[in-house]
Write a protein that binds this ligand. Sequence first.
Ligand code: SF4
Length: 60
Amino acid sequence: MSHTKIGTQTIGCSVKSCRYNAEGNYCELSRIQVEPMQGTDKCHSGNPADESLCGSYMPK
Ligand code: SF4
């Protein structure tokens, strides 16, 4: 597995309530941490929305 793209990727994001979101379209951070969903009985359903979330989110 290549690591050549570390630090060079663009993070597309439409979470407008986050302080790092720009123009409702992308993330201003150079790096985010994606974390597994916890504390929900929906976890392990295989539905993407139930499995992961952005751990770098900060409210405005
Ligand atoms: S920190 Fe996460 S939620 Fe916030 S803009 Fe970046 S990718 Fe989106």
